[in-house]
Design a protein around this ligand. Sequence first.
Ligand code: ZN
Length: 485
Amino acid sequence: MNTTTRRRLLMSGVLIFMLTLIGFYISSGYRTDAKMNEEDEIVTEQIETTESKYPGLHLETVTASTDKYIYAIHSLKTDSPDLTNTIQSWIEDSKKQFISDAEKNAVLGRTATLNMNLKTKPISDTIYNLIFSKHEMTGGANGVSDIKVFTINIEEDRLYLLTDFIEETDENKEELTQIILEQLAEDKELQAKVIEDELVESLASFDDMKWSITEEALILYWNEYEIAAGEAGVIQLALPIEKIQHLISDKKHKLLTLEFPVEPEETDVIERPEQEPLDPDGKYVALTFDDGPHQTVTDSVLNTLKEYDAKATFFMLGIQVDYYPSLVQRIAEEGHEIGNHTNTHPDLSKVDTSRISKELETTNQRIFEIIGRYPTGFRPPYGAYNDNLVTQATNYNLPIIMWSVDSLDWKTKNATSISHEILSMTTNGSIILMHDIHDATAAALPNVLKNLKNQGYSFVTVSQLLDWRGDTGIGPHFGSYKQSE
Ligand code: ZN
């Protein structure tokens, strides 16, 4: 054997060894993946992603409640990782800042609150204005409000900046300032509060400005305290398109002449199903699901309920209803009850009467538009209520529905814990609190229903349960608690 042949043999030996190593590495990697997929499949089996009313946008509400703080954040995902990252990192930063402020102020013994809302305004089928408004109370008596706007094109995966429409030149800045001042002159009250120097300063960099655009107007936004005294709050000013048209670069113009998406047609009334009278000596519980409808979890929950012939009650957020009307329709068609859980999930014991009424009204209307009738009950976010809320709920004829069994799903997010918590606390006449926004809740449900069914329970809507218990009036209604042994 000569040196060259030996070297070749040695080389191929090394090569085979390396390939074997790589092969082993890959196959073991695959094995882990396969195993993970298997586990995932148990949870995600048969789950469908419901199309949102705003194609390409996915809304998720995240809430938390600790002894130091509570928050409700409406967080948005798109199919583009870059756009999602841009939006999510702003949301995450705001959340982190809030939690750190809340922890610093915890010594004052006050619970800090954060409510982050989203208004979605489609400009076309692919271009959206996403207007996030954030209201924070940490420590001080008055909260702080901020606004953040993203204008995105989901087809081109891009975020628009104001400079995409208006070139940032000194002339344009001056011209825009004049137009803003003219517009302000039409609102004397606001005009008096705006500090002109601060206004000019806010136009220093076009790309830092907050704006949205419609067929009729360019809308500019300023945070509380940004260009005016605090009592002015967040400022929103609409500049008619005719007035700014000459500033908009020619090639950008076509963006403003896009067709607006058509509103979905009106739906017929989805009647409440005939309900058989309940047996006075029967065993009944009311399953309730809050904070949805959610594009994947609600679908899974509905499939399980159908399998066990169970009826439930869904306390919905108006903002989620707006995104997922088809789920609202399906919930009603499958004979479940629909309740109101506010539009944006604020702590209603900390807001004024007009806000309470707006939160109840918006969700009532959104549900009415889809199913042709109003919700039959109301669940206060965080279970927080006071006399003022009871009065408002009475005005809207919405009985306040609390709960007697808390699945703690939002806290544990673990199917075994959720199932254990429910099964150990449930008794005849209980109202069980869950959230159809966590995968773990959907995963726990089959076991919960199987066990309760074996114990002789039937699953009815809240209205049925209250009727059967003889509970009438606005409430609050809690359902039965298990007597401690
Ligand atoms: Zn809730």
